[in-house]
Structures are given as structure tokens and as C-alpha cells.
Write a protein that binds this ligand. Structure first.
Ligand SMILES: *Cc1c(COP(=O)(O)O)cnc(C)c1O
Length: 413
């Protein structure tokens, strides 16, 4: 950079989350002091933190049943197995998502079939209909919190006889026309990994109203014959058909992490409101900037603004690389879905070479210019306004610069 003193530099940290609430720290210490970390290790009359957490999550989402597990990725694989995915079965999923999604399909023995993304960053329903023949399952990823028209999607999938598993890693706390994200499909999966909406380092939830599928999920998660200790699981008779024939694929939640999560779950509505304010502050600072295309948000959606995307729609890779470098020099860390190689957490469908090679020119065009940034709750709306000023100023500068010679993009963690 020029070193000019009048150039604003953002000093915030894009990967710094808020601390665990004191209440969660105290609850965690109680678990550490009594030592009963395993969810089925209860003292007489005690109800495990993991069982209480599930009960509270079921009540929050309105789901009949909830199961807490070791990670979001585990929840995705568990849902596929619980719904009886066959070995070699083709499973529809978003081309625009992150590695745990196709990874869960492949790891459970399925074959990912990628569906195009639209300019609004949601699944393309025409492409979905075109690819649906012979498929029974859709793993629908609400990637970066963008909800497709859930009424249209469910009508289409019901007509095609497709079961929908929702990947709500980025939509915990979001709603579509007042319905909690995760309540449209037959099963839904959430993540409590540090960068999601509640944080226990690692963790996941599965919710469903389907007693038979949920009984299989509980058994799969490693409940042995202790499923009666759950408080948000189907009744014992729902387990009869499955209990001797369902393999144990251990992936349980433990009481330590559950203790950390319970107060965060209570704080989720307040967090969603704060994320909304951050998102809107950033968006408000980027009206009609030449080069920058903002992403449309439908009025039916209450979203969680834990990240922000925009498109540099017609820019060359070299120009985008220059933009990323210049923004980074001013403290603004951007990720790019158009990069040739996967970097840190960011990768793209054609990087997942364990899946059959597929060609999606529409997705390629959209991801080529797609820029992404995190908005941790340690940021303020004023921080977001400053980030927007930097994004805007650099877009104006780089948009007018001569074509750079080579693609040199920084790698962001
Ligand atoms: C984080 C994430 C998951 C789940 O990941 P875990 O790290 O296993 O909890 C699933 N889908 C998406 C889109 C994610 O970002």
C-alpha cells in the first residue's frame, strides 16, 4: 500500500468469536467437577446436560425430536443413513456449498449429484427438476444462510417424491415465512462448530418429526440400549424394529459441550438480531458501487447475517486477485469462491475429485466472481460501516486500474 496516512485500515479480527457466556463456563465447570462427561453417565435423579440440550432445541425449533451429535458433518451422514441411503445411491445436493456436505454423502457411500446455484446464491429449481430422475434424496444446503423459496422447493420435491435433508449449518435461528429453518424437510442438520451460530468447538444437531428415522439416528449415534434416557427422542416402541439391526456409528454429544451450549441457545434470538444489524450496516454502505453486485434477500426470509457475500460479476481473475490483496492490506479479509485451487475452508464442487466429474457452467460463472466475508459478533455496526467504505474505495480503484498481469490472491484462513 501507499502508506498514506489518510487510508483507513480496519483493525478487527475476522475469526474472533465472542467468549462463552459466564453461565456456560460455570455449567462446564460443574460438569468437569463431577466428572460425568458421558451423556449416559447420570447420577441418581440427574438428567444429563446433553438430554436437556436436545429437549430445549426441539422446543426452540418446534421439532418433535432432536438429537445432539459430535459435529454438523456427522449429523449429515447420520441423516443419510437413517433415511436408508443405499450404497452407490445418487444424492442431489448444492454445487455451491462447503466440503462437509459432499463429504458426508461420499463417506456414507453415496454419490453427490451437483445442482446449479442461482445469482441469489440458492439452489436452481429448474436444474434440480432436470436432474431429479432416479434420485430419492436431496441434501439441501442453505449455504451462507441463503434460503431458497422453501414453499416452491417443497412442492417440487413432494411432486418428484424426493426426501429433503436440510443442511442448516448457516441457518440456525433463521426462518422462511415464519417457519424455522430445518422444519421443511424430513430431517435437518445443524452445526455448533466455532464459526457457526452457537459455539462448542465441535457439535451438531439433527431434528425430525419422523419417529422411525429418528429412532435409527439415535441408535446410529451410539446410544446402545440406553435410548430411553433421551428426552427428545421417539418413544421406546419406535426403536423396536431398528434396535437389533442398526449399526453403532459413534458420534455422541457429551455433557461438557452441552453445558456450554445451553445458555448460548437461549441467547440465539438476541444474537440473530445483532447479526442482522451487522449485515444491514455493511449492505447500507455499499449502495450502487460500480463493479459490486449485492445479493438479493427475499422478504420471506429472516436470515442470520453471520457472513456477507457479493459478486464482482464481470471481473477477470487477475483483477479480483488484486482487489483481495488490496483489501487485505487494509485489514479486510475476503474469501473467493472463484479461486483456481481450494484455500483454507473455501472450496468448490470441481475441487471434490472423489465425486464424478460434473460440468455446471452457470455455477462456474457465478462462483467465478463470488466474494465472501465473515461477520463475527465481536464486530460492531460501525466496524461494518468501515469495512464497507474500504470495500467500496478499493472497488472504485481496482475497477479502473489497468488489467493486472497475473493472478496473485492472498490465502485467507
Ligand atoms: C460447517 C458446515 C457444516 C458442518 O460442519 P462441521 O464442521 O462438521 O460441524 C455443514 N455444512 C456447511 C455448509 C458448513 O459450513
Amino acid at each position: 500500500m501507499s502508506g498514506r496516512r489518510d487510508v483507513e485500515i480496519f483493525a478487527g479480527n475476522f475469526t474472533q468469536q465472542e467468549p462463552i457466556p459466564e453461565e456456560g463456563i460455570e455449567a462446564a465447570l460443574r460438569v468437569l467437577r463431577h466428572g460425568r462427561l458421558h451423556r449416559y453417565n447420570e447420577a441418581a435423579g440427574e438428567v444429563a446436560e446433553a438430554a436437556l440440550l436436545e429437549e430445549e432445541f426441539a422446543s426452540m425449533t418446534g421439532a418433535k425430536y432432536a438429537l445432539a451429535v459430535a459435529s454438523g458433518g456427522y449429523a449429515l451422514g447420520c441423516a443419510l443413513r437413517a433415511l436408508g441411503m443405499a450404497h452407490g445411491e445418487r444424492v442431489l445436493t448444492n454445487a455451491f456449498t462447503l466440503a462437509p456436505v459432499p463429504g458426508a454423502i461420499a463417506a456414507a457411500g453415496g454419490v453427490p449429484v451437483f445442482v446449479d446455484v442461482t445469482e441469489d446464491l440458492v439452489i436452481d429449481l429448474d436444474d434440480l427438476a432436470a436432474k431429479a430422475a432416479g434420485c430419492r434424496l436431496l441434501m439441501l444446503s442453505h449455504m451462507r444462510g441463503h434460503l431458497v423459496d422453501m414453499d416452491r422447493l417443497m412442492a417440487l420435491c413432494d411432486r418428484l417424491g424426493i426426501l429433503v435433508i436440510e443442511d442448516c449449518a448457516h441457518t440456525m435461528g433463521a426462518t422462511w415465512r415464519g417457519v424455522a429453518s430445518g422444519r421443511h424437510g424430513v430431517m435437518a442438520c445443524y452445526s455448533m462448530q466455532t464459526y457457526k451460530h452457537i459455539n462448542s468447538g465441535e457439535g451438531g444437531f439433527l431434528v425430525s418429526d419422523d419417529a422411525a428415522a429418528m429412532a435409527r439416528a439415535v441408535l446410529l449415534s451410539g446410544s446402545y440400549m440406553l435410548y430411553g434416557k433421551h428426552r427428545a427422542a421417539p418413544p421406546p416402541e419406535a426403536f423396536e424394529a431398528a434396535r437389533m439391526v442398526t449399526p453403532n456409528v459413534s458420534g455422541r454429544m457429551d455433557n461438557l459441550r452441552a453445558a456450554i451450549l445451553r445458555p448460548q441457545l437461549r441467547a440465539l434470538p438476541e444474537r440473530v438480531a445483532r447479526w442482522g444489524a451487522l449485515y444491514r450496516a455493511l449492505e447500507a454502505g455499499l449502495p450502487a458501487v460500480p463493479g459490486i453486485t449485492l445479493i438479493h434477500r427475499p422478504a420471506e426470509e429472516v436470515f442470520v447475517g453471520s457472513s456477507f457475500q457479493f459478486r464482482l460479476a464481470d471481473w477477470s481473475p487477475a483483477r479480483i486477485g488484486l482487489y483481495l490483496s488490496r483489501c487485505l492490506a487494509r485489514g479486510v479479509e475476503l474469501k473467493w469462491f472463484g479461486a483456481e485451487k481450494p484455500a483454507a475452508f473455501t472450496s468448490r464442487y470441481d475441487h471434490w475429485e472423489y465425486a464424478p466429474k460434473q460440468s455446471l457452467p452457470q455455477t462456474d460463472r457465478i462462483l467465478a466472481g463470488l466474494i465472501d466475508l465473515r461477520l463475527p459478533l465481536t464486530f460492531t455496526p460501525e466496524d461494518c460501516a468501515q469495512i464497507a467504505r474500504i470495500l467500496k474505495a478499493e472497488a472504485l480503484t481496482v475497477g479502473q486500474a489497468a488489467e493486472p498481469e497475473a493472478v496473485v490472491a492472498p490465502v485467507i484462513q
